[in-house]
Design a protein around this ligand. Structure first.
Ligand code: SAM
Ligand code: DTB
Ligand code: SF4
Length: 344
């Protein structure tokens, strides 16, 4: 599929009205718009629904790393592959809380705790619920990603004060089987339904740069946009290269313009969802990130590491947002760090 030079405008409908009947031809027509038209439409949808000069800052912590029984072909934490990651036990409650407090004080508004499990055991879930309640008491939004959830487990998380459950579809239904064999796309959709039914907000997106085609990226967005409710958060990860896994770490990264087109398409298809420019930002130039923000991305992970891989230094993020005139919780941190200026 290549971008067309035809400047006919597909009808994107009312700028704020979520639709759940997207067809491939609707999505492709938007994706293939001349770049300026695509960005104009994406900005228009973004401005109708969000403050275009503000972004959300989330922070990640791997509370249980490695040794995962799943075989996700991109992941450093799968026990199926020989990677540099060492398996750990579930972190101690106080250590998680101390990390969350530091993340808040360094400018994060949401704290996302991730565990390398196929699904949580009930006794581990008790401990995670205590962590969620304690992080919530710090005044942060809470998110966890723990693998597959049973309905009762989703309710327990909700009762503990959890705001968001992250569970990604990762890629298109067609490409999925090339990447993961130990759980199905339907397993993932079932977990999303259990989390939604328990009253949790959903964070669900995927990864680009694993050898998929543009058709797969568009297919993933069609799947997300045609869920019964759009995920409130849609993370778009560019694959952070990992040695030792089946996904080819010598392949070229995706075309940057194709990434911007995908962010814009997500923005238009799910007008009220927050699109997060997630993993892979350390490979992106300032200009590419700026284009993604113009195309409608309005959330990032801050902190020097994600779970096991790198993220840009927070000082670089703060400088970039400052140069772009984009406000975030990082502004409060800078003021707090400069008492003489704050007092004037
Ligand atoms: N184990 C849980 C699960 O998979 O449901 C939660 C943690 S898992 C690391 C969360 C998501 O991170 C994955 O679904 C995938 O989309 C993303 N991810 C994992 N490794 C990545 C990598 N190397 N680069 C980019 N995204 C990655
Ligand atoms: C998501 O979509 N991206 C985050 C979060 N959800 C849990 C994870 C990114 C992980 C990047 C690879 C790593 O650091 O191990
Ligand atoms: Fe396990 Fe999650 Fe990594 Fe898959 S993505 S191997 S489920 S930690």
């Amino acid at each position: 599929m290549s971008a067309s030079t035809n400047s006919s405008r597909p009808d994107i409908g009312p700028l704020s009205e979520p639709r759940h009947d997207w067809t491939r031809s609707d999505a492709e027509a938007i994706y293939n718009l001349p770049f300026s038209d695509l960005i104009f439409q994406a900005q228009s949808v973004h401005r109708a629904n969000f403050d275009p000069n503000h972004i959300e800052t989330a922070s990640l912590l791997s509370i249980k790393t490695g040794g995962c029984p799943e075989d996700c072909g991109y992941c450093s934490q799968s026990a199926h592959y020989d990677t540099d990651v060492k398996a750990t036990k579930l972190m101690d409650h106080q250590a998680v809380l101390d990390t969350a407090r530091r993340a808040r004080d360094n400018g994060a508004s949401r704290f996302c705790m991730a565990a390398a499990w196929r699904n949580p055991k009930d006794r581990d879930l008790d401990r995670v619920c205590d962590m969620v309640s304690a992080v919530k008491d710090l005044g942060m939004e809470t998110c966890v990603t723990l693998g597959m959830l049973a309905p009762a487990q989703a309710h327990r998380l909700r009762d503990a004060g959890l705001d968001f459950y992250n569970h990604n579809v990762d890629t298109s239904p067609e490409f999925y089987g090339h990447i993961i064999t130990t759980r199905t796309m339907q397993d993932r959709i079932d977990t999303l339904a259990h989390a939604r039914d328990a009253g949790l907000k959903i964070c669900c997106g995927g990864i680009i740069g694993m050898g998929e085609q543009v058709d797969d990226r568009v297919g993933m967005l069609i799947l997300l946009a045609n869920l019964p409710s759009h995920p409130e958060s849609v993370p778009i990860n560019m694959w952070n290269k990992v040695k030792g896994v089946p996904v080819n770490d010598t392949a070229d990264r995706p075309d940057p313009i194709a990434l911007v087109r995908m962010v814009a398409l997500a923005r238009i298809m799910m007008p009220k969802s927050v699109v997060r420019l997630s993993a892979g930002r350390q490979y992106m130039t300032d200009e590419l990130q700026a284009l993604c923000f113009v195309a409608g991305a309005s959330s990032i992970f801050i902190g020097d590491v994600l779970l096991t891989t790198k993220n840009p230094q927070t000082v670089r993020d703060a400088e970039l947002l400052d140069r772009l005139g984009i406000r975030s919780r990082l502004d409060d941190v800078r003021v707090a760090a400069m008492p003489s200026q704050a007092a004037e």
